[in-house]
Design a protein around this ligand. Structure first.
Ligand code: HEM
Length: 539
């Protein structure tokens, strides 16, 4: 074992190396050929333990909406305005449609085999096509509406049980969104909600939520080894160890889900897909599909020593384990859960500080819906104020504060600056939401700013990009929007909200935790009371 002084010395040297190199943007250091515009020189900055999007926001106020920096050994470009975002996500979309290779992609998504981390190319393109044409088609999403309705009723009914008491809202929101997504993607919840289900479930609700939280956090961290590869083996922040531990948990879970679906499919003569995993299995058997898929049996999963092979794109993409299958459902379960719950938690946190906004929302709900029923998805177009609250939340608290990283496939000239092949690009949507040239009083939470405006969130209006835009735009946005709008509307329709007696509105912390999703640092604790006739809360 290495003596402890050696570890201390190496850690010290590594930190020094990292801190002195991160976030510098000297043109000569990057050895760029002379280009039309010189990059400005930026000093050193430590972002490791802080909130990178906020630090980068401050830098962009000084150096402008396009900055080139250096993270360890690699060039990084940050775009912080709507115009610059458009350059990368529209004008040069194809060139920036890849992803950098990170430890998270390697260890938690079986070597970049999910859609989120897959490099731009045929593998990613085929997977994305399946998402858009099969899994997220409007017909498919409509067919799952009954699941969203059932889980929404269960959610408000559970909350009603806590009337008058302080409630950690996010716990309930996550449970509701996780239930919806699990049933849509996996066919059932797979986690135990009560003690009597413990024996038949593979994980408890708490374990499942912890797994997803860890997945989101580790996929968003700035891991030193990603930026200074020769330090990777030291795992200075301990992230690699955590990623490997997480992978083991994910493996166990996915094997279980896959085996169950495979057996069900074998047993049934007239197999009709009930969920998205079934659908993927059916596609694997479809000889007519232009995207060829192949798998062979479940044997590989249970016999550990054998080479595992399950469900993959072929021939180009033949894979030697079950990663293709696993990563598709992982994309879906992880992508859909924390994102929606985080957005709704931010919305209620902002509203609870300004009761007059809640009053406006409930006036609209009473007028359009009345007090004798819950809000349904078909009502949403008639609720412009709810829509404005959601957009204002996405402006001020975008879930993916810097989207997911994009990678330059070729050298490229953007807005007059040279950007070299291999550069990582972050789009700082957090910063864009605070741009005073786009938003009056950007620090204020003011849904009214969206009323009567045509700005939407589907990637066409570059000042508001909660789902990104272009080739890598979130494929699950329509499901995400359905879940956010209907839970937000029903939470406001069904309950009066206030902070616990010991918390003043002005003291409510709005601090964030940085990751692939950016939730509240301190979960919102609120007290709620029913505002509809009590029989509506019973299921
Ligand atoms: C509030 C809800 C959601 C938000 C705010 C959100 C946001 C995002 C963002 C910002 C990206 C990266 C875009 C880029 O790289 O430029 C993304 C990608 C992705 N999202 Fe979502 N998302 C949400 C819901 C969902 C849902 C419900 C699913 C699936 C069930 C999903 C699956 C994915 C996948 C698979 C990708 C990777 C796409 C690719 O790299 O090609 N998301 N999402």
């Amino acid at each position: 074992m290495a003596p402890s002084w050696f570890v201390v010395a190496i850690t010290w040297l590594a930190s020094l190396a990292f801190l002195s190199r991160i976030f510098t943007s000297r043109r000569n250091q990057l050895k760029l050929p002379p280009g039309p515009k010189p990059w400005p020189i930026i000093g050193n900055l430590n972002l490791i333990d802080s909130l990178p999007h906020q630090s980068l926001h401050k830098l962009s106020q000084k150096y402008g909406p396009l900055m080139q920096l250096k993270f360890g050994s690699y060039p990084v470009v940050v775009a912080s305005s709507a115009d610059m975002a458009k350059q990368f996500l529209k004008n040069h979309d194809q060139n920036f449609a890849s992803r950098p290779q990170t430890a998270a992609g390697k260890h938690t998504t079986y070597n970049y085999k999910n859609i989120t981390w897959a490099p731009y190319g045929p593998y990613w393109r085929q997977g994305r096509k399946i998402y858009l044409n099969e899994l997220f088609s409007s017909k498919r999403l409509e067919s799952f509406e009954y699941i969203r309705v059932e889980e929404m009723r269960a959610f408000v009914s559970r909350l009603y049980g806590f009337s008058g008491k302080p409630v950690v809202l996010k716990e309930h929101l996550s449970r509701a969104t996780l239930s919806v997504i699990s049933r849509i993607v996996l066919g059932k919840k797979y986690f135990s909600e009560s003690d009597d289900q413990l024996e038949t479930s593979i994980v408890t609700l708490k374990e499942f939520q912890e797994i997803l939280d860890e997945l989101f956090l580790l996929n968003g961290v700035l891991n030193i080894g990603d930026w200074i590869p020769w330090l990777d083996f030291l795992d200075l922040q301990g992230y690699l160890k955590r990623m490997k531990a997480l992978k083991k948990k994910l493996d166990r879970f996915h094997e279980h889900v896959f085996n169950e679906h495979k057996s069900k499919k074998k047993e049934l003569k007239d197999f009709v897909p009930q969920d998205m995993v079934d659908l993927l299995l059916q596609l694997a058997d479809d000889p007519d599909i232009d995207v060829k898929l192949s798998y062979d049996g479940v044997r590989g999963f249970t016999q550990k020593k054998e080479k595992k092979r399950a469900f993959c794109f072929a021939p180009l993409l033949l894979d030697d384990n079950f990663s293709c299958f696993v990563n598709r459902d992982q994309d879906l379960v992880a992508g859909g859960t924390d994102t929606s719950a985080t957005t709704v938690e931010w919305a209620i946190s902002e509203l609870i500080k300004q009761p007059q906004l809640i009053k406006k929302a409930t006036e609209e709900l009473d007028r359009v819906i009345g007090r004798e029923r819950w809000v349904e998805e078909k009502d949403i177009p008639q609720l412009p104020y709810i829509d404005a609250i959601m957009k204002e939340t996405m402006r001020k608290h975008p879930v993916a504060v810097m989207l997911a990283p994009h990678l330059a496939l070729e050298d490229c000239l953007v807005a007059g600056y040279d950007i070299r092949k291999g550069t990582t690009v972050f789009i700082n949507t957090w910063s864009m939401g605070r741009d005073p040239s786009l938003w009056e009083e950007p620090e204020d939470f003011r849904p009214e700013r969206f009323l009567g405006k045509k700005i939407d969130v589907k990637g066409q209006h570059f000042e508001l990009l909660p789902f990104g835009s272009g080739r890598r735009m979130c494929p699950g946005y329509s499901l995400g929007l359905k879940m956010i709008r209907s839970s937000l509307a029903n939470l406001l329709h069904g309950f009066n909200w206030k902070l616990p007696d010991n918390t003043k509105a002005e003291d409510l912390s709005m601090e964030e935790v940085y990751g692939l999703a950016t939730p509240r640092k301190f979960p919102l604790v609120a007290v709620l009371e029913p505002r509809l006739p009590l029989h509506l809360y019973k299921i």
